[in-house]
Write a protein that binds this ligand. Structure first.
Ligand code: ZN
Length: 223
């Protein structure tokens, strides 16, 4: 079964997200979501979207859509904002907690975006963000530059295709190394049955022989 990514374009409909002049976060998010999704599909990844037009759903509904789609990964695309225009710049990736696959994925995407000229503000834990908290699969929320920073908007507009590719590449690269990471994390469980401990080696060997005759494979551990 193909790997499935749900892409959530942040905000939508009655919720424009952050705005700057006549620029709306919800529009930038939707445009970039499609661009990322197209590249993922070209690479054999199943893609579903929480929205494909200008409609509003709550963050909880967006998380539920990803859960119902049985997605392997949820990527939520946003633009950042601060009260004072041009006082901050750069990209960041928000995660429920900074561990495991999602954290590595977040760093990979950040590095790719940094290479395009964005300041890298790193991976930030946001355990109370509903879309991160309520989704059952690894989830990363990308803040792709500040919408009220002129330099970030210039990078966003002039490198739009490369930004989509940076995000998609980050996802594809991370998926490809995920099996190895999973094996490191999920150690096999060991159920140990201990039947005796002896100070006399002969007694230990006698018990082992008895158990072997009964068909059990045994081993002696000395300490
Ligand atoms: Zn947002």
């Amino acid at each position: 079964m193909a790997y499935k990514v749900v892409i959530d374009a942040g905000h939508g409909g009655s919720d424009p997200g952050a705005t700057y002049g006549n620029r709306f976060e919800k529009d930038d998010a939707l445009d970039l979501s499609f661009a990322v999704g197209n590249i993922l599909e070209e690479n054999g990844i199943d893609v579903e979207y929480t929205r494909v037009d200008d409609v509003y759903n709550t963050p909880f509904e967006k998380a539920t859509m990803a859960n119902n789609a049985n997605a392997d990964l949820l990527i939520s695309i946003h633009r950042d904002s601060v009260p004072t225009p041009n006082s901050r710049e750069g990209i960041s990736a928000l995660v429920f907690n900074d561990t495991g696959f999602k954290a590595q994925l977040a760093r990979n995407i950040n590095s790719n975006l940094e290479a395009l000229g964005f300041r890298n503000n790193g991976v930030i834990e946001r355990p109370n963000l509903v879309v991160l908290k309520r989704s059952k699969m690894p989830a990363v929320l990308l803040e792709v530059g500040f919408i009220n920073n002129d330099n970030d908007n210039m990078i966003f507009d002039e490198n739009f295709t490369d930004i989509a590719k940076a995000i998609a590449d980050g996802i594809i690269e991370s998926i490809n190394i995920q099996p190895a990471m999973t094996m490191q994390v999920e150690k096999p469980k060991l159920y140990r049955v201990q039947v005796g401990a002896f100070t006399n080696m002969d007694n230990a060997i006698r018990l082992e022989n008895t158990l072997r005759r009964l068909g059990y494979s045994t081993f002696i551990v000395s300490s």
